[in-house]
Write a protein that binds this ligand. Structure first.
Ligand code: JFZ
Length: 421
């Protein structure tokens, strides 16, 4: 069976989610910025002189820090270097179209002004301001859609919240009271006080039946019907699909979806984690995810002073430079109808197939197998230089110019006639 048939079968699996009427912008966006920022950023992977590795935002769990002791970190949290306009400018320079930041992670600390819980950045820290308000304004100015991550079930600070068994007896917990007293009121604050949200990014569901989850989703959507909720709200609900961390589906997937990756090895800031993905790796990752029809949301972890790590700033800006020249082959594209090849991947728009060449064949002969449409023109996207080509049966063969030698991703455009295969 042909690739198109195989793909059609895979496609039937789709995301399994109902299509939200407002997913259009999301499907076109392709590149999002994820930000994990909280009290754990201040700890930076260290507790009582011991270094922890993996996920910095999990340190409370890793070190089994008592909730009362962990809460004291707030009294030293003072991110005076935080500058919302700088973050929005960086996102804009990087070619980012949406930004999702942790309003509350598993640690239970609200990085926003909250009446529902005093354990928040305005009330409990010397900083005393609401950085989320500033970010909502700064991103809007740059036309970047804004969204909140909110850990709706896991809350290690609350006696009735999910998953802290080192302080609180799980069997005695009343999840319903946690939801009604903290999670739901805070989600309502987020959906009321920060203008229109592109996304509410839920994570790690629990403690609710399918009916209760549906009720939660409906009551929140009533506040902002246009906002998209991530599939990690649980119970098969949500407006778009999030794959597992650092996961790309094998074949193109129908519907709105996102792959999430973090820039180094951790989501939250860890001082001794310098394993940052290079600009070339990010650029290729973005193309790979787009070639399957999805978005890449790449995470950075600012430190406790409010600074985004040096390498994240630098590499994101370099990614943005590539996107400035080659964005046509990423934004607004659909999956590539030629599957992954030894040389790279493909994306598509009506009448155009984009070849993302990661590694140039030694002799410059690039094979596009199974391309049966009539070709109108082939050219390099960067400088519009035309490329010689010939048809060999159903295959298309290009003779690549020498300049494609060492770029992380040199894009060629094949313009063709007829329906998309
Ligand atoms: C969750 C969080 O626990 C983690 O701290 C981080 O915020 C990450 C983005 O999300 O971790 C998960 C959640 C779901 C999966 C894997 C890790 N999953 O579905 O594979």
């Amino acid at each position: 069976s042909s690739y198109a048939q195989v793909m059609e079968e895979m496609w039937d699996k789709g995301t399994g989610l109902k299509e939200h009427p407002n997913v259009g912008w999301f499907k076109d966006a392709k590149f999002g910025l994820f930000i994990h920022w909280g009290l754990y950023s201040k700890l930076a992977g260290k507790w009582n002189g011991k270094n922890y590795y993996g996920s910095g935002e999990w340190i409370m769990n890793q070190a089994k820090i008592p909730a009362a002791e962990y809460a004291k970190v707030a009294s030293t949290f003072n991110p005076v270097n935080f500058n919302a306009d700088e973050w929005a400018q960086l996102a804009s320079d990087a070619g980012i179209k949406y930004l999702v930041i942790t309003a509350k992670h598993h640690e239970g600390f609200a990085m926003f002004d909250s009446k529902a819980s005093d354990f928040n950045i305005v009330k409990a820290t010397p900083y005393g301001k609401d950085p989320m308000k500033a970010l909502a304004t700064a991103t809007a100015k740059k036309n970047i859609r804004f969204g909140f991550y909110y850990s709706q079930f896991v809350d290690w600070h609350e006696p009735n919240g999910g998953r802290n068994s080192w302080d609180f007896d799980e069997s005695k917990k009343n999840y319903a009271s946690y939801y009604s007293q903290k999670a739901i009121p805070q989600l309502k604050e987020l959906l009321t006080n920060y203008g229109p949200l592109g996304i509410v990014w839920f994570d790690l569901p629990g403690g609710l039946t399918k009916e209760e989850t549906q009720k939660l989703v409906d009551s929140l959507h009533a506040l902002q019907p246009q906002s998209l909720f991530s599939s990690r709200v649980g119970q098969g609900l949500g407006d778009y699909k999030d794959f597992g961390d650092s996961e790309i589906p094998d074949a193109p997937v129908k519907g709105a979806w996102e792959s999430i990756y973090t820039h180094n090895d951790s989501w939250g800031y860890i001082e001794h984690d310098l394993n940052f993905k290079s600009p070339a790796a990010i650029i290729q990752l973005l193309a790979k995810v787009a070639s399957k029809g999805g978005n890449l949301m790449l995470n950075v972890g600012p430190d406790g002073n409010g600074r985004i790590p040096y390498h994240s700033v630098k590499y994101l800006r370099e990614t943005g430079k590539w996107l400035k020249k080659n964005g046509e082959a990423i934004y607004g594209t659909t999956y590539g109808f030629i599957p992954q090849q030894p040389w790279g991947v493909t994306t598509a728009k009506p009448g155009k197939l984009f070849l993302h060449v990661f590694s140039r064949p030694g002799n410059g002969k690039l094979l596009v197998p199974g391309f049966s449409n009539a070709v109108k023109a082939v050219y390099a996207l960067g400088n519009r230089q035309s490329v010689s080509w010939k048809k060999a049966g159903n295959d298309l063969e290009l003779q690549l110019p020498a300049f494609a030698q060492d770029a992380p991703n040199t894009v060629f455009v094949v313009e063709y006639t007829g329906a998309q295969p």
